[in-house]
Design a protein around this ligand. Structure first.
Ligand code: SF4
Length: 288
């Protein structure tokens, strides 16, 4: 992993991501190396030709910069609430080196000391977030989301190669819930073959309810050209018979069918559907 210590020019960035107004990325790049990662194609602008998962920009001035930007916006908007702030869009805020650099922790401390009144949502695959429960409790409106694409550690370690196994994420969700911190789960991307079936969804939702989750977000797989290239290259090498299942998922009909299944399995549960819908990003061909 090539680690670059860099000075960011800005850190609180306006975003069009569903449900968020700003994003904070204390790092650019991610060591977890998920084979379906969409952020890989955004980060390539700063690292053309470098393989996703092999570089990490550490924005060493992120906490100080965040404080300055919060004060500037407060002055401009006469408020301590500028909308929902999301950690993070092109990295995992709790990737391994966060243990060393603590930039996410320090950014959260900055928000707590500032008295930020808006929502702060943090999404991760790492139980390291529980290290910061002391600060999370000081935030006025916070939610911690874990990506749960499967309940099977073998599948999570196959496709989310260097991320902590899903069993450790579920334990962390339970610990956060027991500490009184609101949690949610992000089932995204919805994995064809492994997960996109009623029984699998039911198992996942049962488990999420058991560990205290009250909100679930679903997101369709976003097979943009670069994501598709990386994913298929990986599957071709590791398990070529799976490609057909991912390819078949890339149509409007598949998407519509899956959404009906999700509506059905969500019925009668104490779970809110994040944004009230299943997220998708692109128009798809009608049929394959
Ligand atoms: S954890 Fe998130 S940012 Fe990191 S590789 Fe996986 S999908 Fe990409």
């Amino acid at each position: 992993m090539q680690v670059n210590l860099v000075e960011a020019k800005t850190i609180l960035i306006k975003t069009n991501l569903p449900g968020s107004d700003f994003v904070v990325n204390p790092y650019n790049g991610c060591s977890f190396g998920c084979v379906y990662c969409y952020a890989a194609q955004i980060a390539r602008w700063h690292h053309p030709g470098e393989k996703w998962g092999t570089f990490l920009d550490v924005k060493v001035n992120a906490p100080e910069l965040l404080e300055k930007e919060l004060l500037r916006l407060e002055k401009k908007l006469k408020s301590k609430n500028f909308g929902s702030i999301f950690f993070s869009s092109v990295t995992d805020p709790y990737l391994g080196l966060e243990s060393k650099y603590e930039l996410t922790r320090k950014c959260l401390l900055t928000l707590a000391d500032f008295g930020y009144a808006g929502k702060v949502a943090i999404q991760t695959k790492s139980p390291l977030v529980t290290r910061d429960i002391d600060i999370l409790k000081r935030l006025k409106d916070v939610a911690i989301g874990f990506t749960v694409t499967t309940l099977d550690d073998k599948v999570s370690q196959f496709l989310e190669t260097n991320a902590p196994p899903v069993s450790s994420r579920l334990k962390a969700l339970e610990q956060l819930h027991q500490s009184g911190i609101p949690t949610y789960a992000f089932i995204g991307p919805i994995l064809p073959y492994f997960v996109a079936q009623p029984e699998k969804f039911k198992e996942i939702l049962d488990k999420l309810e058991e560990v205290g989750v009250t909100e679930v977000w679903f997101e369709h797989l976003n097979l943009s050209p670069l994501t598709k290239f990386r994913l298929y290259q990986f599957l071709q090498k590791e398990s070529p018979s799976l490609i057909v299942f991912f390819e078949k998922s890339n149509t409007e009909e598949y998407r519509d069918r899956l959404e009906k299944v999700i509506q059905e399995v969500m019925k009668g549960r104490n779970l809110r559907l994040g944004l009230g819908k299943v997220i998708h990003h692109r128009k798809l061909p009608k049929k394959k």
